[in-house]
Design a binder for this molecule. Sequence first.
Ligand SMILES: Cc1cc2nc3c(=O)[nH]c(=O)nc-3n(C[C@H](O)[C@H](O)[C@H](O)COP(=O)(O)OP(=O)(O)OC[C@H]3O[C@@H](n4cnc5c(N)ncnc54)[C@H](O)[C@@H]3O)c2cc1C
Length: 465
Amino acid sequence: MKDISCKLLVIGAGPGGYVCAIRAGQLGIDTVIVEERKPGGTCLNVGCIPSKALIHAAEEYDRIVHLASGKNPLGITTTKPELDLSQTIAWKDTIVGRLNSGVSGLLKKSKVKMVQGRARFRDGKTVEVETETGQQIIRAENVVIATGSAPVELPSLPFGETVISSTEALALTSVPEKLVVVGGGYIGLELGTAFAKMGAKVTVVEAQARILPQYDAELTRPVAKKLQALGIDVMTRAKARGLAKAGGTLLVEAESGSEVQLAADKILVTVGRRPVTQGWGMEELVLDMDGPFIRIDERCQTSMRGIYAIGDVTGEPMLAHRAMAQGEMVAEIVAGHKRVWDKRAIPAVCFTDPEIVAVGLTPDEAQKAGSEVRVGHFPFSANGRAMTKLGEEGFVRVLARADNHLILGIQAVGQGVSELSAAFGLAIEMGARLEDIAGTIHAHPTQGEAFQESALKSLGRELHI
Ligand SMILES: Cc1cc2nc3c(=O)[nH]c(=O)nc-3n(C[C@H](O)[C@H](O)[C@H](O)COP(=O)(O)OP(=O)(O)OC[C@H]3O[C@@H](n4cnc5c(N)ncnc54)[C@H](O)[C@@H]3O)c2cc1C
């Protein structure tokens, strides 16, 4: 097979890699992208998109179950629905398939050459790829490492038939009767909630003192309340120790120190993700590392000239939109544009029930940083649109510098608040002050009005509370 020489080689076609390659192609850079699985990476194939498809299906099912129970105030009656998870999964797969083709099409349109297979570094400028038709050598002036992340496996709970990762959970064709979720972070709770809504008896085992420990307690309280309402048992300060000899039972060390046995048809382990930095020759380049992650500067440049790294391999926050923004920036840098990472905030969303959005600093973080802040807090119980959606749980919280009212952070918890993340991110990126948000006409009736009201409240000018 003839060797390929190019200006830019991207390894991994997840959101970081494919966006980088598309932008590079648009800029006329001779670009090759290598992917061992399917275009779209974790996010599109086994992450963001399939999980949201499953969550949506579970919400629809749960809504109808709730209506069928007769205990709803809307005056709707219906019969109990049935769920065929294999059909739900087939529907999810069609969405993934459409997006796979979409990414391939966009790469083609940008004249990016796609090589299918696993890449392995020979040296910092040369990669060999095992393709279906033999070994392909690729030489590049610049290389972008975008190999992403994989689920962390617990030594005491190796993945197998009963113990599964999020990838297998998104491909189950029947709802497990009893599901234990080890790890109460966003991935575990999103999937655990979906399976509970689909009828599984779910238990969450979390080692820390509360679920979603990276968010403050005020934000996570409505989620904890809903987990309880769904019948999900949450064990905090509890450690999964392994399977009982008979199998199908998880041994857990409870907060008290005593051993609890949890019967389980499936045990979903969501205790984090590890960067894919080993087993494909990258370690032989001896790049500077930051713990398990590749160390990068504000241009995503690694310690080796001409080698960049983007996305989950570069550390937290491991989010698709961060990877994409890094990818776009690196393509422009390779094209000779002057770019540095100057983003002020990266929104984070938990698609739990209710949803959580966090952008910028929280009150605790601002306090630790020694900033004097003012905080505005507006509950959805005072928001008309939320009432009409039976979504009164939750609030919007805005915090700003006390002296000049520059907004430092915005958080919300509530039904459907993920869609407010764009407004929150924009406000921080544009350097908005409280007066800018308070003075912007927000359409009525929308949940977004709670954002305006939280700004008004922090200024002592609240109107609807
Ligand atoms: C269940 C779940 C839900 C999630 N939900 C969200 C969400 O709602 N929002 C959000 O922002 N993020 C979410 N994430 C995280 C998100 O998926 C990642 O942050 C994102 O995919 C990272 O993009 P990436 O390009 O860095 O890597 P990845 O998407 O992991 O892509 C890396 C690609 O590189 C390929 N690769 C690796 N090694 C090689 C090699 N040697 N040769 C060739 N190819 C290679 C892999 O096959 C893979 O396709 C979720 C993750 C999971 C697991």
